[in-house]
Design a protein around this ligand. Structure first.
Ligand code: FE2
Ligand code: FE2
Length: 346
């Protein structure tokens, strides 16, 4: 594998190809005539899912399906906007104007991802305001990865390469999710995530070929972000609580461990192009299976970070709460303006 600065991340074009195929499948599903279960609503729902067509907001759906999607899409949306914080921390200190402009665009993309996803969740009958409140009160979660600090500039590279890389592997199958608004939002998000992964890879590639200190900084960042990135795929299949039903509903298409393996295979090869080492002595290509063997992350640590003991949990939520409170006047003014317009129209 080869790489030229600014080019495509080696081995990542397959993922973009999968997004393009999912996009074509989405169009084809919309053109097929509607599957039907006759008069029976539940049979109608099952028929649409079985035919790989999309459930739309106007359609009947089981309450469990709706609740699962609200929980998953909200958690995803929260992760996008909380994820702006660790990297936003480096916008003012990026090493050049070019890197600053790129990082700024990336962090703005994450705000956009939050927006599409909150809008997708709203089609299920919850308001964005409700979801915000659930995030701020801790009743809904966001990805635990964003509770780790960004200590050096190389962390911005490691986040782009590993965290956005893991996000794409997780999210490409969601482009085929049975719920239409979620699937459509994911197409655009995945295309943008691929740019995020490129910018991270490019930062590390440059640092790895810089001074001894820059190289060490890049290696240190990869050492710290590797296991949290592996943990992004969730608990092992044997302990995953929501998986089976989500698979049956075609919300989820692959198990946590299958996706984790796909990520390891992709990343292990890219690491050799970067000339950086993944911090796992057991990492080794297995001829027989065609996959890399690796050491699984410490899930006890993951659970501690999820339940609130990560290094930055309090800081992240405090920052979000301050942003929400600081924005109160905007919400109040908008409501007052709308009320005045209604009054005039009456
Ligand atoms: Fe994103
Ligand atoms: Fe991203």
């Amino acid at each position: 594998m080869e790489y030229q600065s600014g080019g495509q991340v080696p081995g990542a074009s397959g993922l973009l190809g999968e997004v393009a195929e999912a996009e074509a499948a989405l169009r084809a599903a919309a053109e097929r005539s509607g599957a039907t279960g006759g008069e029976d609503l539940a049979a109608g729902f099952d028929a649409v899912v079985a035919a790989d067509q999309k459930i739309e907001p106007r359609d009947w759906m089981p309450e469990g399906y709706r609740k699962t999607l609200v929980r998953q899409i909200a958690q995803h949306a929260h992760s996008e906007i909380i994820g702006m914080q660790p990297e936003g921390n480096w916008i003012s200190r990026a090493p050049s104007l070019k890197r600053k402009a790129i990082l700024l665009a990336k962090v703005q993309d994450e705000a956009g991802h939050g927006l599409y996803l909150y809008a997708a969740a709203e089609t299920l009958g919850v308001s964005r305001d409700e979801l915000y409140r659930m995030l701020l009160s801790g009743r809904q979660k966001y990805s635990s990865i964003f509770n780790y600090p960004t200590l050096t500039w190389a962390d911005v590279g490691a986040i782009g390469w590993l965290v956005d890389g893991a996000a794409i592997v997780n999210q490409v199958p969601l482009c085929r999710c049975s719920y239409g608004p979620y699937a459509r939002a994911m197409i655009r998000i995945c295309k943008e995530e691929s740019f995020h992964q490129r910018q991270g890879f490019d930062i590390l590639y440059t640092l790895a070929r810089g001074t001894e200190a820059q190289r060490a900084m890049a290696q240190d960042a990869v050492d710290r972000w590797w296991y949290p990135s592996l943990a992004m795929f969730g608990p092992p299949d044997t302990e995953s609580t929501h998986s089976a039903q989500s698979m049956a509903w075609k919300i989820k298409r692959f198990s946590n461990d299958e996706l984790r393996q796909k990520f390891v295979d992709m990343t292990a090869q890219q690491a050799t192009v970067l000339g950086l080492r993944l911090p796992d002595d057991a990492l080794e290509y297995d001829e027989g299976s065609g996959h890399y063997r690796y050491t699984a992350p410490d899930f006890a640590e993951l659970m501690a970070v999820i339940s609130g003991d990560g290094p930055c949990n309090r800081q992240r939520i405090a920052h979000r709460r301050a942003a929400y409170d600081d924005g109160a006047w905007v919400r109040e003014s908008a409501a007052a303006y709308a009320a005045k317009r209604r009054e005039r129209a009456a």
